[in-house]
Design a protein around this ligand. Structure first.
Ligand SMILES: [Zn+2]
Length: 154
């Protein structure tokens, strides 16, 4: 089943303190600050990083995913299915994971390498990731993923 890094994202989504987001690191006194790595002044909780940060919101928006009103990462998976065109629904999960995964990677580049990955770059990487994962998807999911890719900036 591990076609894509579902487990890592599961940890991210479930947030049991295992992922070293900065709020946790600050509690452990590893970091002096828990500010979001994208430069806004909020604390970097998993929900902030995935849903509340203006950078992440912009990534979702550019990919045609409406996250307005979504409060929890888990809700994102449900919410999206109700809004998306029927021919894209089958790939909602893999698409959402691809986006969260690339937000997470961008965050790590900033935190560990002090490299800022721009929003358009994250968007392009989402596209690349989905193209790559497409090869492993079953036919229905694959067709739906290709519909997503047709509408994404490449
Ligand atoms: Zn932020």
């Amino acid at each position: 089943m591990a076609h894509y890094p579902r487990k890592d994202l599961g940890d991210f989504a479930n947030y049991k303190g295992r992922i070293k987001v900065r709020t946790v690191l600050k509690k452990q006194q590893i970091l002096a600050t828990d500010e979001c790595p994208f430069g806004c002044t909020a604390s970097e909780s998993p929900t902030h990083l995935a849903l509340e940060c203006s950078c992440s919101r912009l990534v979702f928006q550019m990919l045609g995913i409406d996250v307005v009103g979504v409060r929890q990462i888990d809700d994102l998976f449900i919410h999206e299915k109700t809004l998306i065109a029927q021919n894209k629904v089958a790939a909602c999960e893999v698409v959402t994971v691809a986006v969260l995964w690339n937000i997470w990677l961008a965050r790590n580049r900033k935190v560990f390498d002090d490299q800022i990955i721009s929003v358009p770059m994250v968007v392009r990487q989402c596209s690349e990731t989905l193209k790559l994962w497409c090869h492993r998807l079953k036919s229905k999911e694959k067709l739906a993923a290709q519909k997503w890719l047709e509408d994404w900036p490449s």
